[in-house]
Design a protein around this ligand. Structure first.
Ligand code: SAJ
Length: 434
């Protein structure tokens, strides 16, 4: 039975490399579609948890994992030799930035080297990690055919399909989110599409892996640039004495040709602040600057310092110095109602406040403690008296925060998310919004 037949009969063995927020939902979907599926990850804690039927990703229920593990369709391993038996390998590894803000594709390179060590004829290898156009061709196709033993589209099949996982989104999951897919050759596309057809409702074929890589970058650059635009509008409105939230709210009544984005303390997460810079890096190498990406990055990365500045101004207006003030940061996760702190602007705001001599605490019902970028903090008790702080700075507008009590008790609130809007009229606190 050839690879295509194995896939169509759910006889193909699937190995997902990287059991994180992308890989774990994917292995569950393949197990649900009756493929014998293995999650390979170097982190023994993840694998131990998976094999014990326990989820470590908020969007995946432990019962789902336990059921598929019990039925023998799902397992986890830290042993790369599982790839010897794999017919389909999907790479879901991180693509962060280096300190220089250049792409770090070392995780992709390491994963591909692992696959090469266990390569055999009749394998499909798909990359899902967000990256610059050309990565699949330059790294996967090159490495998987370099020994001259395997012909692309003949006994090794390669494709790119960007992950579209939206952490915390209860409406869209792996199965009902359309999946863009680009094969390195028509035969690669046929095999990869046969596989994804089994686990997603809609596969969106495009002409090449490069095109598929670029689709994802357009999606996330669209967000980063529009958030940068609205952050700049916030600065302009502040200068003109206008309320940017009122302006956006009214613009949002336009039933066509407009899509609201909202100002904030900066861009967090492992996607939006990072993915566009993969493209701008690539274009700088071709001596063609991606100007919108670079400008949006400048505006967005300046927002945490702006929040620190307006906090200093608010204290000053109450004859208080930043130095020696006790400030409570409300919310440190990178977005509402999730626990992920990666690249959260709260980290930069806290560092900026501390740098100016403030004593800083934080409250976040989703994040009991965190260690990020040299900061190691534990959250305060949710019952903390807000009157005991000189100012509260709302960074993440979690639905579980008590904004009504904040406006009753705190002397000053710097609200970067307009979360106190409903309580502003009766507020005892002096409220400053972006
Ligand atoms: N943010 C703003 N203003 C906005 C929207 C977001 O300041 O109007 C901030 C958020 O607070 C956060 C950052 O931007 O710090 C990113 O927020 P996000 O809503 O884009 O959420 P992410 O980072 O989880 O983005 C994911 C992405 N999914 C993938 O990359 C597969 C993105 O493509 C999704 O569109 C996004 O979720 C989503 O729609 O929620």
């Amino acid at each position: 039975m050839n690879l295509l037949e194995k896939i169509k009969k759910q006889q193909a063995r699937v190995v997902v490399v990287g059991a994180g927020y992308v890989g774990l939902p994917l292995v569950v979907e393949f197990a649900k579609a009756a493929f014998r599926t293995t999650a390979y990850d170097r982190d023994p804690a993840k694998i131990k948890s998976l094999n014990a039927g326990k989820s470590y990703i908020e969007d995946i229920r432990s019962e789902e994992i336990a059921e598929h593990v019990r039925e023998g369709f799902l397992s986890g391993s830290t042993d790369e030799a599982v790839i010897d038996e794999a017919d389909c390998v999907i790479l879901c590894v991180p693509t962060p930035l280096k300190k220089s803000k250049d792409p770090d594709v070392s995780f992709i390179e390491a994963a591909v080297e692992t696959v090469v060590r266990h390569q055999h004829p009749g394998m499909l290898v798909v990359l899902e990690s967000t990256t610059y156009p050309g990565t699949t061709r330059d790294i996967l196709v090159t490495q998987l055919t370099q020994q001259g033993k395997y012909g692309i589209g003949k006994d090794i099949f390669v494709a790119f399909s960007p992950e579209r996982v939206d952490p915390g989104n209860a409406k869209f999951g792996t199965r009902n989110t359309p999946k863009v897919l680009g094969g390195a050759t028509p035969a690669c596309m046929e095999v990869a599409q046969a596989l994804y057809d089994q686990v997603v409702d809609t596969v969106v074929p495009v002409s090449s892996p490069d095109a598929a890589e670029m689709v994802k970058l357009l999606e996330n650059t669209f967000r980063a640039v529009n958030i940068g635009l609205v952050n700049e509008f916030a600065l302009i409105c502040e200068r003109l004495g206008l309320n940017v939230w009122e302006i956006i709210g009214a613009a949002s009544t336009k039933p066509f040709g407009y899509m609201p984005f909202y100002p904030g303390p900066g861009l967090g997460g492992h996607c939006i602040p990072i993915d566009p810079l993969y493209l701008s890096w690539k274009m700088r190498g071709l001596k063609m600057p991606a100007r919108f990406i670079e400008l949006a990055d400048m505006v967005n990365t300046a927002m945490p310092e702006h929040v620190v500045q307006i906090t200093a101004n608010a204290l000053n207006n109450h004859k208080k110095a930043m130095r020696g003030s006790h400030i409570l940061v409300a919310g440190v996760a990178y977005k509402r109602d999730i626990s992920d702190v990666r690249e959260s602007p709260a980290i930069d705001v806290i560092a900026g406040l501390k740098h100016r001599g403030a004593e800083v605490s934080y409250l976040d019902p989703w994040v009991p403690a965190f260690k990020e970028h040299g900061l190691s903090m534990e959250g305060v008790n949710p019952d903390t008296s807000f009157a005991s702080y000189d100012a509260i700075v709302i960074i993440t507008d979690h639905s579980g925060l008590d904004y009504a009590r904040m406006t009753r008790e705190a002397p000053i609130i710097v609200d970067t998310r307009n979360a106190t809007k409903r309580y502003a009229a009766d507020s005892k606190a002096a409220i400053v919004t972006l």
